[in-house]
Design a protein around this ligand. Structure first.
Ligand code: BDR
Ligand code: CA
Length: 360
C-alpha cells in the first residue's frame, strides 16, 4: 500500500487489485515497474482469475499458474463440473495451499448448470476429483461472496487489466455476464479450455466443459467478446508422456504427492496408454507462453438442442463475418512441456522431498 501511494498509483481494492496504469502491461508489472525498481523480478506478467472445477488437470493448471513467473493469480473461482461444488472448492483450496498459493482468494460459485441437472466426471477424476492425490485439507475456507461477485468486482476494479480463464463448465461466467454484461469489455482477454472444432470427448460431438452446461456456453460465446478457445484439437496433443512423468519424479513433493498420483488415476477418455492429456494446463500456458499455440479466427456457435449434438461447438473457419472466437489449431508440445516443467521446478514444494509443506 505504502509503495503504491509513494509511486502515485491508485490504492488497491480489497482484492489487491489497482486500477489500470497505462504505463504498464499488468497489475503485477505496475507493482514491479512503477514501485521504484525494488523488485528483482521485473518480468512482464499477466494477471488472471482462474474459474475451474478441480479436477486433476485443473489442479495441474493451478500449480502451473502459481509457479509461472508470467502469471499473477488474482483469484480462483470454482464451479461444479468434474465433481460437485463442495469438492471442487475443497480441492482448489488444498491445491493452492500445497503449491504455496495460500494467499490467493478462492471463491465458490454455481453448484449446478443453468438449466440442466448436475452431472459429473468422477469416473474420470476419481471420487475426490484429484485421482490418487491425497492432499492435506486446507485450513482456509472459501470467501463468503459468490464467485460471480468476485469476478465482476475484480474486473470492474481494473478494466482492461485482467485475463479471465475458464477450465470448467461455463456456468459462473454466463451468470456473471447476465448480471454484468460490461464484463465482456472489462476483460483483457478471455480464455477457455473447452470445445472442439472436430471431435468431442463425452459424445462424438461435444467436449465435457461445453456439454456439461451448453446453455451457459451459448451465452458466453455470444457475449460480444472474443473467446480464445483452447479446445480438444490441441489439448489432446499435450500428453503427460512416460518421459514427461519421469521428469516429474524429480519434482519433490509436487511430483510425488500431487502430479504423479493424480495422473496415475486420470481416466481420460482419450487415454488408453497411461499418458493422459492435461487439457486445462493448456489454457494457462497459452497466456504464459503464447508462442506454444497458434490460433485461427472463426465463428463458433454452441448447439443446445440437438439430441445427438448438444454441447457441440460448431466452428466455422470459413465465415466471412461474425468471428467471435480464436480457436487453437496448433501446439508445440515440446515447448509446452519445457514451459510447464520449467515453471514447476520453481515451486518450493518441488524442491522439498521430506517435509510436509502443505500447510497454510
Ligand atoms: C475438460 O473436461 C474436464 O474433465 C477436464 O478437467 C477438462 O477441463 C476436458 O474435456
Ligand atoms: Ca476442468
Amino acid at each position: 500500500m505504502e509503495r503504491a501511494a509513494a509511486s502515485g498509483l491508485p490504492q488497491a481494492n480489497v482484492y489487491g487489485v489497482r486500477p489500470r496504469d497505462p504505463r504498464c502491461r499488468s497489475v503485477r508489472s505496475v507493482w514491479f515497474q512503477c514501485s521504484g525498481g525494488e523488485e528483482q523480478d521485473s518480468a512482464m506478467s499477466t494477471t488472471i482469475i482462474l474459474d475451474c472445477d478441480p479436477g486433476i488437470d485443473d489442479a495441474l493448471a493451478i500449480a502451473f499458474a502459481a509457479a509461472s513467473p508470467e502469471i499473477e493469480l488474482a483469484g480462483i473461482t470454482t464451479v461444479a463440473g468434474n465433481v460437485g461444488l463442495a469438492k471442487t472448492t475443497a480441492n482448489a483450496l488444498a491445491v493452492a495451499s500445497f503449491v504455496g498459493a495460500a494467499d490467493v482468494p478462492v471463491t465458490a460459485g454455481c453448484a449446478a448448470p443453468l438449466l440442466r441437472p448436475a452431472l459429473d466426471a468422477g469416473h474420470v477424476h476419481g471420487d475426490s476429483g484429484l485421482g490418487g492425490a491425497v492432499l492435506p485439507p486446507s485450513a482456509r475456507l472459501a470467501g463468503e461472496e459468490h464467485a460471480t461477485d468476485f469476478i465482476i468486482d475484480t474486473l470492474a476494479a481494473a478494466p482492461g487489466e485482467i485475463t479471465l480463464v475458464a477450465t470448467g463448465p461455463l456456468t459462473n461466467i454466463a451468470l456473471a455476464l447476465r448480471r454484468q454484461p460490461r464484463l465482456a469489455d472489462w476483460v483483457r482477454d478471455f480464455v477457455i479450455m473447452g470445445g472442439s472444432a472436430s471431435r468431442g470427448n463425452v459424445t462424438p460431438a461435444a467436449e465435457f466443459n461445453i456439454w456439461a452446461d451448453p446453455e451457459a456456453a451459448a451465452i458466453v460465446f455470444s457475449a460480444g467478446w472474443t473467446v480464445r478457445m483452447t479446445g480438444l484439437d490441441v489439448t489432446l496433443l499435450a500428453r503427460a508422456t512416460a518421459a514427461v512423468q519421469r521428469r516429474m519424479r524429480v519434482l519433490g513433493l509436487l511430483g510425488s504427492r500431487l502430479l504423479l498420483p493424480a495422473l496415475a488415476q486420470y481416466r481420460d477418455s482419450a487415454d488408453t496408454t497411461g499418458e493422459p492429456p492435461v487439457h486445462d494446463v493448456c489454457a494457462i500456458v497459452s497466456i504464459a507462453d503464447p508462442a506454444v499455440f497458434s490460433y485461427t479466427s472463426a465463428l463458433v456457435q454452441v448447439e443446445t438442442h440437438g439430441a445427438l449434438t448438444a454441447g457441440m461447438t460448431v466452428t466455422d473457419f470459413g465465415a466471412t463475418a461474425g468471428h467471435n472466437a480464436r480457436v487453437a489449431t496448433g501446439i508445440d508440445a515440446g515447448r509446452f512441456w519445457e514451459t510447464v516443467l520449467g515453471a514447476y521446478q520453481r515451486l518450493p514444494v518441488a524442491r522439498d522431498t521430506a517435509r510436509d509443506t502443505a500447510r497454510d
